[in-house]
Design a protein around this ligand. Structure first.
Ligand code: HEM
Length: 521
């Protein structure tokens, strides 16, 4: 199948292959049907059309080649011999040259017309989200998160003003479980510190809301962002709203004595809610970053269509197929590892077993300690295994260590694989894999020292920032190996982008005005 696709792409390859296999093997009907199917499919797409005649003429040969290829690993050698590979011109580009301009519609043009300023704004806002995640971690590490006992989205923007208001706020805090059970010794000045930590965190959240939502409306109304990007902006806005709600939902779990009793917990927030809040922040961050990178990438392609066409050839390389899946899996894995870290943080599970690589004197704590029946809440103990995995600090720490180790070796393996596939991988993606390798090493080292030194605030906070940096590298890498969207591809391969470039260069006019004119011609 792979070889057949190659043959369809390049008649030279077909001839070359036919010479290699001169044996006259009987024609296989299944093979031929496959070839015809591919041909029909590609013709009907009107994009992937390529004459089938060379293949049909030598029908016996390709099918025999196909059989032989399986036995001799020809497919592999054809694809991975760099010289040969680079001479393969993907079918798409052949067809693109011949694709008629009429396939370019105004909708298509609209779908890519997002200005770079939208991308810079999105990436800048993702930086604010990065900042608030780190600040949130610091708020937790300084045990400040439960100092504000109310949720007032608008009026809460101002801190107490004057002695009287501060004292009133302090009295409210004094009725909270945290004050009564852990902090009854603190005075007003100490209260002011923890209050400000939480207040800045909330204010930062509100600021992100304004910095995100107001420009999003402006960009959509002034049509600086495409309908495609607008949909994502809408999704991100909803996530932002949800994030505010999740923040309060999390804080509530540490203020409500009933919930604390049910969890048999000291006054801290639920690790489930903390991790959900952290996860939503990661999603928001990844969504903003991904969308921003997409816009910059597509605009760059539209401005350099020839270079883009070359890059598309690289991205179309079947050898990159597994790499795309691997990149997304890696991103998911880094995310899950970070969430398991959230569970460690939520349970203060970094305060025990402060040794590495062993946990205490042994490699693993005893089975009895890892699966402690006391964590079960049901009489029949059926919930014992999952409750231990998510609620027992020893087990949760082991889970995080395990995920972190697997993430490290996962990145290491991908790094090795990428070195092997060096020729197939675009240059910027190669750099990202190197960056990923460096960051994961740093992150694991930070984690190890966080454990060994019993979670000092600066180190734990850096470790948290490291997890977002790792996810950033994974997002960039996955984004770089992604194939272009159909619309962008058509605009570039049909010659539309080139035409547009010439036109705007000659007339000095605005690119999108010209684009719309060209598309509607
Ligand atoms: C790929 C590697 C890793 C990632 C992505 C990662 C991610 C994270 C994240 C996101 C947190 C939550 C921080 C917070 O919310 O404050 C965390 C906490 C933690 N991680 Fe990791 N981690 C990694 C490796 C490690 C390793 C190897 C160790 C130690 C063996 C470790 C030990 C800890 C500890 C002790 C905490 C709790 C710190 C606290 O209470 O603030 N991590 N990790």
């Amino acid at each position: 199948m792979l070889l057949l696709k190659t043959l369809l792409r390049d008649p030279n390859a077909l001839t070359a292959s036919s010479k290699v296999f001169s044996k006259n093997v009987t024609f296989d009907k299944k093979c031929m049907n496959l070839a015809i199917n591919i041909s029909n499919r590609t013709k009907s797409n009107n994009v992937r059309h390529y004459s089938m005649s060379p293949l049909l003429r030598s029908a016996k040969k390709p099918c025999s080649i196909l059989k032989q290829a399986k036995a001799t690993n020809l497919t592999k050698s054809l694809f991975f011999q760099s010289r040969k590979f680079s001479s393969f011109r993907p079918l798409f580009n052949e067809s693109a040259a011949s694709a008629s301009k009429s396939t370019v519609t105004p909708d298509m043009v609209n779908s890519v017309k997002t200005s770079n300023s939208v991308a810079y704004w999105l990436i800048g806002t993702s930086g604010l989200v990065f900042g608030i995640v780190v600040l949130g971690g610091l708020t937790r590490l300084t045990e400040s998160g439960l100092s504000i006992t109310e949720w007032k989205p608008v009026t809460g923007s101002l801190p107490p003003i004057g002695q009287k208001e501060w004292e009133e706020e302090f009295i409210k805090y004094q009725s909270s479980p945290e004050f009564q059970q852990l902090n009854s010794h603190i005075n007003l000045d100490e209260f002011k510190f923890i209050f400000f930590m939480e207040w800045i965190h909330r204010l930062w959240g509100r600021a992100i809301g304004v910095v995100f939502i107001a420009p999003a409306i402006y960009f959509a109304v002034t049509k600086r962002s495409s309908p495609h990007v607008n949909k994502r902006l809408l999704g991100l806005t909803s996530l932002l709203g949800l994030q505010g709600f999740l923040g309060w939902w999390m804080v509530k779990s540490g203020l409500d004595q009933e919930q604390l009793d049910a969890r048999k917990s000291k006054p801290t927030v639920s690790q489930y809610r903390l991790t959900t809040h952290l996860g939503a922040a990661f999603f928001l961050y990844m969504g903003m970053l991904w969308t921003g990178l997409d816009i910059l990438k597509e605009n760059k392609w539209m401005k350099n269509p020839d270079q883009a066409a070359k890059l598309f050839q690289k991205l179309d390389n079947p050898a990159l197929g597994p790499m795309r899946k691997i990149a997304l899996t890696l991103l998911a894995f880094c995310f899950v590892t970070a969430m398991s870290g959230g569970m460690v943080a939520g349970l203060d599970a970094g305060m025990i077993y402060n040794t590495w690589p062993k946990m205490g004197n042994t490699w693993f704590p005893s089975g009895r300690e890892l699966m402690d029946p006391n964590f079960a809440r049901r009489e029949d103990k059926k919930d014992m295994w999952w409750r231990n995995l998510l609620e027992n600090p020893t087990t949760v720490q082991l889970v995080h260590r395990t995920f972190a180790t697997a993430a490290f070796f996962g990145v290491f393996a991908v790094h090795m694989y990428a070195l092997k596939k060096k020729l197939a991988l675009p240059r910027n993606a190669q750099m990202s894999v190197h960056a990923l390798m460096g960051i994961v090493t740093l992150q694991v080292t930070l984690g190890i020292f966080t454990i060994l030194l019993v979670v000092p605030t600066p180190l734990a906070s850096t470790h948290q920032a490291g997890s977002l940096t790792l996810v950033t590298a994974a997002v960039v890498f996955a984004n770089q190996v992604r194939r272009p969207r159909g619309n962008v591809r058509t605009l570039i391969n049909s010659g539309f982008a080139q035409q547009l470039l010439k036109k705007t260069a000659n007339s000095g006019s605005k690119i999108m005005t010209e684009a719309s004119k060209l598309a509607s011609k």
